[in-house]
Design a protein around this ligand. Structure first.
Ligand SMILES: Nc1ncnc2c1ncn2[C@@H]1O[C@H](COP(=O)(O)OP(=O)(O)OP(=O)(O)O)[C@@H](O)[C@H]1O
Length: 302
């Protein structure tokens, strides 16, 4: 069994009045190994946040099971740290107190000094030394997001869940924090699940990229394995020919193939509980053609 097992996840939001129920996604199954960084990409509304909330234990799936480290996820836990797009800091608390909140819950027996020293370590890790006593209103968007990351890492979770954490940041700040995240994740060997709309971010950070088809009734269309060297950097990765192949594959999916699963013929042919793993970076002619792509090609010929 993998470190994180997601099997047959489905979410139905009940309709109101004459509006029918909405099946947001179904048959979502994938695994994450310990120390792996997995990104999820898909069009708006396909259910990415709902899946992340289910992993966090904040949302109950309508069907399916999530098992982390041998235990079923049935509610929120300090074993999972979450970073939201809107940092969700407590505005009346300082940077240190925001980070300390979870630390005290995690280790209630720790002394005040020990909690402070622990928080200082993580605040320094995200480059915020000197801002310990500031309130969120005194911080820039990038700094607030760094506090969110420090807060999530400081509880030393078994798994980190990131919901588009850099979505609201300008490109420069985004790049800097991405680099910091790469450094921290590599140093701590943290297991991460992250939602992003940014294909370059996914290629830089992820070992595997889960592609969701468009909703409603979204499914996992395929899982892209990132075959580029793990020590890739933002500055160097575009020199690797694999980068363009993976990037084109992802963009092609978002522009064209993500809707293919709504075609009943494609849907019948696609085993969404066992989505194909593809390695577009290797341009391996022997690799199986992704089923969605094959079915879309057949549909185009009709
Ligand atoms: N509490 C709710 N009640 C009813 N429908 C909901 C609820 N929460 C989410 N939805 C619907 O479920 C679908 C999936 O929402 P979700 O936020 O998970 O999508 P997403 O892929 O994360 O989108 P985005 O990329 O825009 O953040 C949307 O159509 C949304 O309107």
């Amino acid at each position: 069994m993998a470190f994180l097992e997601i099997q047959g996840l489905k979410k139905v939001f009940p309709g109101t009045g004459s509006r029918p129920d909405t099946v947001v996604f179904e048959e979502v199954s994938f695994q994450i190994d310990k120390g792996q960084f997995v990104c999820m990409i898909g069009h708006s509304g396909c259910g990415k946040t709902t899946i992340l909330n289910a992993l966090a234990g904040l949302e109950k799936p309508s069907d399916g099971v999530i098992v982390m480290d041998g235990r079923e996820v049935s509610g929120p836990s300090l074993d999972r740290g979450v970073v939201f797009q809107s940092h969700a800091l407590m505005p009346w608390l300082s940077v240190t107190s925001n980070v300390a909140f979870g630390v005290r819950s995690r280790w209630p027996q720790w002394s005040r000094e020990k909690v402070r020293a622990h928080c200082r370590e993580y605040i320094e890790m995200v480059g915020l030394s000197g801002a310990e006593d500031k309130k969120p209103s005194e911080l820039s968007g990038g700094m607030k997001q760094r506090v969110g990351i420090a807060r999530a890492f400081a509880i030393r979770p078994k798994m980190l869940l990131l919901d588009e954490p850099f979505g609201a940041l300008d490109a420069l700040t985004r790049g800097t924090i991405q680099d910091e995240l790469v450094k921290i994740v590599r140093a701590t060997q943290q297991t991460v699940f992250m939602i992003t709309h940014d294909v370059d971010e996914a290629i830089l950070l992820a070992d595997r990229i889960v592609l969701m088809s468009s909703g409603p009734r979204a499914v996992i269309a395929e899982i892209v394995e990132n075959t580029m060297s793990r020590d890739r950097t933002r500055e160097s990765m575009h020199h690797d020919p694999q980068y363009y192949r993976i990037r084109n594959h992802l963009i092609d999916f978002l522009v064209k193939r993500s809707r293919a699963c709504q075609d009943p013929a494609v849907r019948t042919a696609h085993d969404s509980r066992r989505p194909p793993a593809v390695r577009p970076g290797l341009d391996d002619a022997a690799a199986p053609e992704p089923i969605v792509q094959a079915a879309a090609r057949v549909a185009n010929l009709r």
